[in-house]
Design a protein around this ligand. Structure first.
Ligand SMILES: [Zn+2]
Length: 128
């Protein structure tokens, strides 16, 4: 029997959220790779280009990768969820990690995730 899904099942949506959450907890290369693999696998499974979540949108990138588009924005240098400083280095206890970037004519929209409060948010990055 061939099963056809037209909308991602809850289990798959949960797997994507979990993969992001584990990366935000650990913030290392191997879990980043696992996260990207899970996100791409599920987009491929449903043959779709985008899945919308409450806090972010998972989207297929132009070069075969996956990007995470934020719905929440940081207006300063801190995580909008808990106030953790975005640019603090991990060796100094920084918990905010870079997730993905969307390049545009007006600037680049970087997506960050916070390991402290699990918030995913965006910030416009300007070249100075
Ligand atoms: Zn936070």
């Amino acid at each position: 029997m061939c099963e056809v899904y037209d909308f991602p099942q809850k289990d798959d949506m949960d797997a994507m959220k979990t993969a992001i959450s584990i990366f935000l907890d650990t913030r290392n290369g191997p879990t980043r790779n696992v996260m990207q693999g899970v996100l791409k696998f599920i987009l491929d499974k449903y043959k779709i280009d985008q899945i919308k979540f409450v806090d972010y949108i998972i989207e297929r990138g132009k070069q075969g990768g996956v990007r995470i588009i934020p719905r929440k924005m940081a207006h300063g240098r801190e995580c909008p969820g808990c106030g953790e400083v975005i640019y603090k280095r991990p060796e100094n206890g920084g918990k905010v990690v870079f997730l993905s970037i969307l390049q545009g004519d007006d600037g680049d929209l970087a997506t960050y995730g916070c390991g402290g409060c699990k918030c995913v948010f965006g910030k416009w990055e300007e070249i100075k």
